[in-house]
Design a protein around this ligand. Sequence first.
Ligand code: FMN
Length: 368
Amino acid sequence: MILSVFSSLFANRAVQDLTRDALLAMEPEVAHRATITALRLGLVPPAQKADEKELKTFFAGLEFSNPLGMAAGFDKNAKVHVPLGAIGLGMVEVGTLTPRAQEGNPKPRLFRLMGVKGVINRMGFNNEGHQAAFARLKAFRSRAITGVNIGANKDSADFVADYVLGVKCFAGVADYLAINISSPNTPGLRDLQSAEMLRRLLGEVLAERGRQKIRVPVFLKLAPDLSLKQMDEIAAVILASDLDGLIISNTTISRDMIAGDPLAVEAGGLSGQPLFELSTRRLAQMRLRCGPDLPIIGVGGVHSPASALAKFEAGANAIQLYSALVFGGLEMLQDIKNVLVEAVRQKGQTSISALVGTKTKEWAGEKP
Ligand SMILES: Cc1cc2nc3c(=O)[nH]c(=O)nc-3n(C[C@H](O)[C@H](O)[C@H](O)COP(=O)(O)O)c2cc1C
């Protein structure tokens, strides 16, 4: 995103390369802030091409003009959901937002693993809090489906109560809510994935949703660091609830896929290309457990048209990306769309939904 936003400002190839190098030389958080500013100032041109009809996607009562989304964490405070919708994304997930503003962890807390196109972050939910984001979401509507990802303050006495506050605050301005219990950077947060805690969390969150004027779809965002047994238990809880869908996955705390990289010692969640296999396998494994009808948004390591297509084949109804865009290539969005449309047509079909879950069993495999 960082590089691609800037390079899209310049038609000249040599200038693009210079911009790319300059941004890569910047401290990653500085480059991120600069990108948000460029988007806010309207410096990024809108998508040139309307989405093909094959890309139209429907689930959870939502209609997406295409199934490509910006994953949570890029636009934490809902500052650029409108321009992100204009550059060709069909979905933008803002957040994670906590009830009160918080600083997050000390810097440095964001690292690029250049050789493997990975990212490690331990941001720790740095954000401006519910009210600031609510005001922006109320004032400005994006043309993309806009999800609001909610979390808990690090020092909260009751994590579940923070999610309930999130539902109360955003139910009227979000197209969907994402319950993020999978960030590795808030101690204790991932414990909410245990069956007992999850039952209580979903009970309270979905009861609060039921008290709102509008029935907003609620998705649950899971970690890839789950055992098959944990996934069995989570699936049983979900299927007994009124949850609308899953987002799989967040970053991983595993370092197996980058063993030997000097940055592997950094604490935090790993994303990008090294996460692709694990997150796609977990997606397929949850698809098998939850059946064909539960909507699942696939995220983790999408870095090319082929990897995007694989997420659908593994069982995703839509996909999101973040890290790949850090390394450049807004052009990749259109490349992904082209390959998806071509894959639909090659099957003699008319909708992207024809690609969903065609290789779930292969992806699920036998590995733990
Ligand atoms: C810098 C950074 C910050 C992130 N912040 C959040 C966050 O606040 N909430 C969340 O649910 N996921 C967050 N994520 C995780 C992404 O939404 C996504 O699940 C993960 O990066 C895997 O996708 P990717 O490989 O395409 O990056 C963050 C990721 C990165 C790289």
